[in-house]
Design a protein around this ligand. Structure first.
Ligand code: 5CA
Length: 157
């Protein structure tokens, strides 16, 4: 089992959440691919998107698959201008490569926001550390596990 996958599984177990991680035969590297793999609506996929602030901090926005982050809204929440984090920074901070970034189990704890669109579903699906592993979770459980602040930060694509 990959170290990344194991880290997600350990984080979920440590939180006492019984969640089944599934391996997808086809790639689930992108939100549309993950939606196809899980057989669910695009907005039921959790995109774990990292932004870097001008002061060097990193911020995680858990975004519904069909939504786009509105940078101005996200920056207002973070309290500073934001840029998409570089792939190598994402890897260093989360321990995951882009396409498999999980919402939890990061190497370094991050401030997290959660898109209210995700709360409209009984279950949402997130990456489990690799582009071939996903898990389903109740979005309120995801919110409490990640200590996420629920606030709107998206725009219509
Ligand atoms: N496994 C899927 C579904 S959970 C997944 O990880 N989707 S994702 O949306 O969270 O991850 C892909 C995201 O990474 C996309 O939003 C994409 O815009 C972003 N991304 C892709 N390439 C880069 C890059 N070079 N630097 C920063 N972000 C990137």
């Amino acid at each position: 089992m990959s170290k990344s996958l194991k880290r997600v599984q350990t984080a979920l177990s440590a939180a006492g959440v019984a969640v089944q991680i599934i391996e997808t035969p086809a790639s689930a590297r992108t939100a549309p691919e993950a939606a196809q793999a899980a057989g669910v609506a695009l907005d039921q996929i959790v995109k774990s998107i990292l932004f870097a602030g001008e002061s060097g901090g990193l911020y995680l926005f858990l975004t519904a698959g069909g939504q786009h982050v509105d940078l101005a809204k996200a920056a207002a929440l973070a309290g500073q201008a934001l840029l998409r984090a570089e792939a190598d920074v994402v890897r260093k901070v989360t321990g995951f490569a882009i396409g498999g970034v999980a919402p939890l189990g990061h190497l370094i704890p991050l401030p997290v926001w959660l898109d209210p669109h995700l709360l409209g579903f009984a279950q949402v699906w997130a990456a489990a550390g690799t582009p071939h592993h996903i898990f389903a979770i109740d979005p309120s459980t995801l919110q409490s596990l990640t200590n996420a602040v629920v606030a709107p930060f998206t725009m219509q694509p």
